[in-house]
Ligand binder design. Structure first.
Ligand SMILES: C[S@@+](CC[C@H](N)C(=O)[O-])C[C@H]1O[C@@H](n2cnc3c(N)ncnc32)[C@H](O)[C@@H]1O
Length: 386
C-alpha cells in the first residue's frame, strides 16, 4: 500500500490533539457565553492548515467553526442570545487560508465573524497581541498554536498574549524531538540545525532547570519542565497532555491561562478523552522505547498519585475546601477525583472534616470543591489529617 502523506490525512496522534481541542471548546464556549462578565469571545488559530483533510476529517479551524455553530444552537434552544464570536484564522500558505475561508463561508453563523490572515506566525502573533490588547475588558480570547516545530514559539510573544489576563493558549509541541536534541543543541554551537532549539531552551529555562542540569531526563519529566516553564513563575495555570505518535515519538498539548475555571475545563476535557488521565498512548500495553518510564509515568498520573500528593500536603497542615480545589486542579486532577478520595478517607477515618470553627462535621454531602465555592472566597470546610 502506498504510504499516505501524514500532512494530508489525520493520523491518530493528530486526531487525539484535535479531539481534546474540540472537547475543550465545546465545554468552554457555553460557559463564556453564560458569564455575566463577558460580552464577546475570540478564537485565534495561528497555524490553521487546510481545514479539511483528504480523509474527510476536519482540521482545527473547522472544528472551532463547528463548535461555534453548536454554541449558537445551545443558546438558541434556550431562547437566549449568544455572545458574538470572532474567529481569526492564519497560515503562511495562501492556498490553505483560502481553502478554510471558502469552507467556513458556507457555515450559517448567527453572530460569528471570520477574519482570515496570511502571515508568517511571528508576525501573526504580533497581530494577535495587538488585538488582545485592544479588545474590551469584557472579551475573552483563546489562542490555538499548532505548529510543525517550535521555532516560532517565543517566550516574550507568548507572555504578551497572556499578560492582560483575558486569554488562554493551547500549544502543541513535538516534545520527543525537542528532548532528543536538547543535549546537542546545548553543546554543539557550530551546527545551524540546533539554533532554534537552543534559542527555545535558553528562552524558557533558567540555569537551575532540570532540562539544563540533567542529561537523562525522561520524556515525561521533560514535559513537566515545559509545563512549569509555561506558568511564567506561577503567574498562570498550566496543564499538559502527552500524545504518543509511535513508540519513539511523543507530542504534548499544553494549556496556559489565568483563569482557574479554564484550567478546570481543560482538565475535564483531558480526562474525558482519556479515562485514565494519562495522555494518548497508542501502545500502552506493549513495550516502548521509554520502557519503565512510561509505566512509571502512567502510575504517577493515575489516581494513586493523587493519594500520595494529598497525603503529603495534608500532613503539613489542614486544607480548606478552597485550597483543596486549587490544589486538585493544579495537580491536573478533577474535583470529582478528590471528592471520591475524601469520601473514602473519611470513611476509613484517615481524615476529619471540620467546619470553620473547628467542629467536626459527620453528615456532609459535597466537600465544596467547585468553582462556585472557590469564587465565593469563603471557605466552608477544613480537611484535617486524623
Ligand atoms: C500542524 S499544521 C496545522 C494543522 C491544523 N491546525 C489542523 O488542525 O489541521 C501546521 C501549519 O502551519 C503552517 N505553517 C508552517 N510554518 C508556518 C509559519 N512560519 N507561519 C505560519 N504558518 C506556518 C503550515 O502551512 C501548516 O498548515
Amino acid at each position: 500500500m502506498p504510504k499516505q502523506n501524514p500532512k494530508k490525512i489525520v493520523l491518530p496522534h493528530s486526531k487525539a490533539k484535535l479531539d481534546l481541542y474540540k472537547s475543550y471548546l465545546s465545554e468552554y464556549l457555553p460557559i463564556l457565553g453564560h458569564s455575566k462578565y463577558i460580552d464577546g469571545i475570540n478564537v485565534f488559530d495561528i497555524f490553521c492548515g487546510t481545514g479539511i483533510y483528504d480523509d474527510g476529517n476536519l482540521g482545527s479551524p473547522l472544528i472551532a467553526a463547528a463548535c461555534v455553530l453548536e454554541y449558537e444552537k445551545y443558546f438558541r434552544e434556550r431562547n437566549q442570545k449568544s455572545k458574538p464570536v470572532k474567529l481569526f484564522i492564519n497560515d503562511f500558505d495562501t492556498d490553505k487560508v483560502e481553502s478554510v475561508n471558502e469552507i467556513i463561508s458556507k457555515f450559517e453563523f448567527e453572530n460569528c465573524k471570520v477574519n482570515p490572515y496570511n502571515l508568517d506566525a511571528s508576525e501573526m502573533l504580533d497581530v494577535v497581541r495587538d488585538k488582545i490588547n485592544s479588545f474590551s475588558d469584557r472579551e475573552r480570547s483563546l489562542v490555538f498554536i499548532d505548529p510543525y516545530g517550535y521555532s516560532k514559539i517565543d517566550k516574550e510573544k507568548l507572555y504578551q498574549l497572556l499578560k492582560r489576563r483575558r486569554s488562554e493558549i493551547i500549544l502543541f509541541l513535538p516534545v520527543a524531538h525537542m528532548k532528543r536534541f536538547t543535549d546537542e543543541a546545548l553543546t554543539d554551537y557550530e551546527k545551524k540545525a540546533y539554533e532554534n532549539l537552543r534559542k527555545f531552551i535558553l528562552d524558557f529555562f533558567d540555569a537551575s532547570s532540570r532540562v539544563l542540569q540533567e542529561s537523562n531526563l525522561n520524556i515525561f519529566d521533560y514535559i513537566e519542565e515545559l509545563r512549569k516553564a509555561f506558568s511564567f513563575d506561577n503567574e498562570f495555570y498550566t496543564a499538559s497532555h502527552y500524545i504518543e505518535r509511535n513508540k519513539a515519538n511523543y507530542y504534548a498539548l499544553f494549556f496556559i491561562g489565568h483563569h482557574i475555571y479554564g484550567l478546570e475545563k481543560f482538565i475535564e476535557a483531558k480526562w474525558k478523552n482519556d479515562s485514565l488521565g494519562k495522555g494518548f498512548n497508542q501502545s500502552r500495553n506493549s513495550a516502548t522505547l521509554f520502557g519503565e518510564s512510561l509505566i512509571e509515568y502512567d502510575k504517577n498520573v493515575s489516581v494513586s498519585r493523587l493519594e500520595q500528593i494529598f497525603r503529603s500536603a495534608i500532613e503539613k497542615s489542614p486544607m480548606s475546601n478552597i485550597e483543596l480545589y486549587e490544589f486538585t486542579l493544579s495537580n491536573q486532577f478533577k474535583s470529582a477525583h478528590m471528592n471520591q478520595l475524601i469520601r473514602e478517607w473519611k470513611k476509613a477515618k484517615k481524615i476529619q472534616i471540620l467546619d470553620m470553627k473547628g467542629n467536626p462535621i459527620e453528615d456532609i454531602r459535597g466537600f465544596g470543591l467547585t468553582y462556585d465555592d472557590y469564587k465565593s472566597k469563603t471557605p466552608s470546610y477544613l480537611i484535617k489529617k486524623r
